[in-house]
Design a protein around this ligand. Structure first.
Ligand SMILES: Cc1cc2nc3c(=O)[nH]c(=O)nc-3n(C[C@H](O)[C@H](O)[C@H](O)COP(=O)(O)O)c2cc1C
Length: 155
């Protein structure tokens, strides 16, 4: 599959370095809803998948309106992506369920039961980058990591 607008390998790398993502959905009366999800990864070369463990509002919103946005960053390097696309709630009878489930089970080791899985077809991709990178162009990723560690009290 061709990706004119994004490099899937960069997205995969960023996902592997992000501890969680934030998923934005819309309720049927158009109220935005955002919540964090830790059990997420990519699937094949065009989807992001998220385990639905305790996300009733996100799931029912997607059933009404499948347009979603998901953001994730590496909190130390302070770069990541904002991705928009159509979501689908995948249940156990869907042909892709077992492949997606086994991919997500690598993250949880089976500790959390999944009710369903949200699959997001990657359609629009925008890199997210901390403003310090362009405000202080001489900053290196190494210095950025040191600064982030200080900010988050990780030293
Ligand atoms: C760090 C963190 C990681 C989480 N990861 C997930 C997850 O992977 N899947 C999930 O369904 N809920 C996860 N949750 C729980 C949901 O964010 C939480 O239940 C939220 O209220 C769901 O709201 P929603 O129904 O509006 O999506 C996580 C919560 C936290 C704090």
């Amino acid at each position: 599959m061709k990706h004119k607008h994004f490099n899937i390998d960069e997205i995969k790398r960023a996902i592997n370095k992000s501890v969680l993502c934030w998923l934005a959905t819309f309720s049927k009366d158009n109220i935005p809803n955002v919540s964090p999800k830790e059990v997420f990864t990519y699937f094949e070369d065009d989807q992001i998948i998220i385990a639905n463990i305790a996300s009733p509002q996100s799931v029912s919103n997607i059933q009404e309106n499948n347009q979603v946005c998901v953001s994730f960053i590496d909190i130390l390097i302070q770069k990541g992506f904002q991705i928009k696309g159509q979501a689908e709630i995948i249940d156990a009878v869907h042909p892709d369920y077992s492949g997606m489930e086994s991919t997500l089970l690598k993250i949880t080791g089976g500790k959390y039961p999944f009710k369903t899985i949200t699959s997001i077809k990657i359609e629009k991709v925008k890199p997210i980058i901390a403003p310090s990178y362009f405000l202080f162009p001489e900053i290196t990723e190494k210095e950025q990591i040191e600064n982030a560690k200080k900010t988050y009290g990780l030293n």
